[in-house]
Design a protein around this ligand. Structure first.
Ligand code: SAM
Length: 246
């Protein structure tokens, strides 16, 4: 079982997260367990504050060392990851790596952030979910837990749906279509109706490679393409150029 302890000043934030979809299913099947722990329970401040003004002056409040230290002393399991815009940016590869850790503690910042001594002494690693700033670490923590949970054996009904997702093998996913076959002026590509599994697999691979080439060409530099992949990609590019000229 993968266990997550989340340290937060808003433990109730996660209630709806626990009660929907894949996370709910994984908890019920005892594949994961999540505890959201109220940081305020560990403060020695009589008003239950966990923050104070920043030394040196300036706007905003800073989470203090004492409540975090005392909370982690009781609740830290496995590595402690601080959610922070200054951390290593989350990728599918990083999610796969963390999914192998059975116990994970996620520390959610708020306000201007945390006393630097928490980062120096109490945190093992920092993770960012992207180059932008949110108000707290709760959404990043939920992002990590959801990203990991869907990778765990027994959670997805069909593991192939996970291994074909964007980024899993370094490139983007191919297009998908649902009923009906024709809507407005748009028809499902004929190959997907052909029943020929080899042709369908080849078409999907070609689309994945082509879409990655058009939208995220830098990803292709880190993927080892087979001769067949090269051929499919060249075919996609030729088709694309021809369509553009029509
Ligand atoms: N002053 C901090 C800075 O500029 O680096 C930003 C603090 S932010 C307003 C408050 C908290 O939200 C952070 O401590 C962190 O836990 C969380 N947070 C904000 N953006 C994040 C991101 N991109 N990834 C992960 N956590 C983030």
């Amino acid at each position: 079982m993968n266990q997550f302890n989340i340290i937060t000043i808003y433990p109730e934030f996660f209630e709806s997260f626990y009660n929907h979809g894949l996370i709910k299913k994984a908890i019920e099947k005892k594949i994961i367990s999540i505890n959201s722990i109220d940081l305020r329970l560990y403060t020695k401040d009589k008003h239950q504050r966990v923050d104070s003004k920043t030394y040196g002056g300036g706007p905003g409040m800073v989470i203090q060392y004492q409540p975090v230290r005392d909370c982690l002393n009781v609740n830290k399991i496995g590595k402690c990851y601080l959610l922070s815009p200054q951390g290593e940016t989350l990728t599918q590869k990083k999610l796969i790596d963390i999914s192998k850790e059975e116990n994970v503690t996620l520390l959610c910042g708020r306000y201007e952030g945390l006393d630097q001594r928490i980062i120096d002494n109490l945190v093992d690693d920092e993770i960012s979910i992207g180059d932008y700033v949110l108000s707290g670490g709760e959404i990043p923590a939920a992002t990590i837990i959801e990203g990991i949970t869907r990778l765990l054996p027994g959670v997805a009904d069909d593991i192939d749906s996970i291994t074909h997702d964007s980024f899993y093998d370094g490139i983007l996913d191919h297009p998908h279509y649902a009923k009906p076959e024709q809507i407005d002026d748009k028809k499902v590509p004929n190959v997907l109706l052909s029943g020929n599994h080899q042709d369908i697999a080849s078409w999907r691979r070609k689309q994945s490679l082509g879409i990655t080439f058009l939208r995220r060409p830098e990803l292709l530099k880190n993927v080892k393409l087979s001769k067949e992949d090269d051929r499919l990609l060249q075919e996609f590019i030729a088709d694309y150029k021809q369509e553009e000229n029509e």
